[in-house]
Design a protein around this ligand. Structure first.
Ligand code: ADP
Ligand code: MG
Length: 223
């Protein structure tokens, strides 16, 4: 799937409180791309990721998935599109505390009234090393394990692209490194495009294409 953003802007507030969180961003994402976007706190990273993934709508600009303008979809259509085509990983994992790891992973399929794919769950759990943890509740898991469950949840519906917003931000450096390696391997093995936001230059350097964002202005990092 080819994703193309043109002149995407997001402005919050008005008058004195007006903030240009994203300023006319252009970006293309091709199948299998691994892109990192680095920027300081408040630079517009989450805003950009939410716009690219259809979690939010821009003030102006266009976003197409295989030529289709996804902001023309109704909120309901856009939610369904996101559940089927896009995986999202949050810094805070965002697992439902009363559900087991397995139930959390299956949630996107249940919301879509799709049959759970047991074989694919086993494959993902194996790749992510959480086979023995599927019956546990989130609070019974370490941070790194919780994020691996969240990665499986992002992948279970077989999306074309994964967006991750500081996926290692709540992890110590060792489990953060492990989670990034896994994300990279899984993305590659399953042929997914991967867009990772970070403020860690070591993580940014793992990507094949690197971008940076400063005060809402997105640019490609040379080299
Ligand atoms: P980052 O993820 O890089 O830390 P964000 O995208 O969250 O940055 O925020 C970019 C800018 O937009 C910041 O100045 C932030 O305060 C502002 N901002 C983000 N969300 C909102 C909102 N809902 N309302 C008003 N301002 C916001
Ligand atoms: Mg953020």
């Amino acid at each position: 799937m080819h994703i193309e953003a043109k002149e995407l802007s997001k402005i919050y507030g008005q008058g004195e409180g007006r903030v240009t969180a994203l300023d006319r961003a252009f970006l293309t994402i091709a199948p299998g791309d691994f892109i990192s976007i680095i920027g300081p706190s408040g630079s517009g990273k989450s805003t950009l990721l939410h716009l690219l993934s259809g979690l939010d709508r821009p003030t102006s600009g266009q976003l197409t998935y295989d030529g289709k303008d996804i902001y023309r979809l109704s909120d309901k259509e856009l939610s369904a599109f996101r559940r089927r085509r896009i995986g999202f990983i949050f810094q805070q994992f965002r697992l439902l505390p009363v559900l087991t790891a397995r139930e959390n992973i299956m949630m996107p399929l249940l919301l879509d009234k799709k049959q759970p794919d047991e074989g694919y769950l086993r494959e993902l759990a194996g790749l992510l090393g959480i086979q023995e943890r599927l019956t546990h509740l989130p609070h019974e898991l370490s941070g790194g394990q919780q994020q691996r469950v969240a990665i499986a949840r992002a992948l279970i519906a077989k999306p074309d692209v994964i967006f991750a917003d500081e996926p290692t931000g709540n992890l110590d450096s060792r489990s953060g490194g492990e989670v990034m390696e896994l994300l990279k391997t899984v993305g590659k093995d399953l042929g997914k495009a991967l867009v990772v936001i970070t403020h860690d230059s070591r993580i940014a350097a793992m990507a094949q294409r690197r971008l940076s964002i400063v005060d809402g202005v997105l640019s490609e990092v040379a080299g």
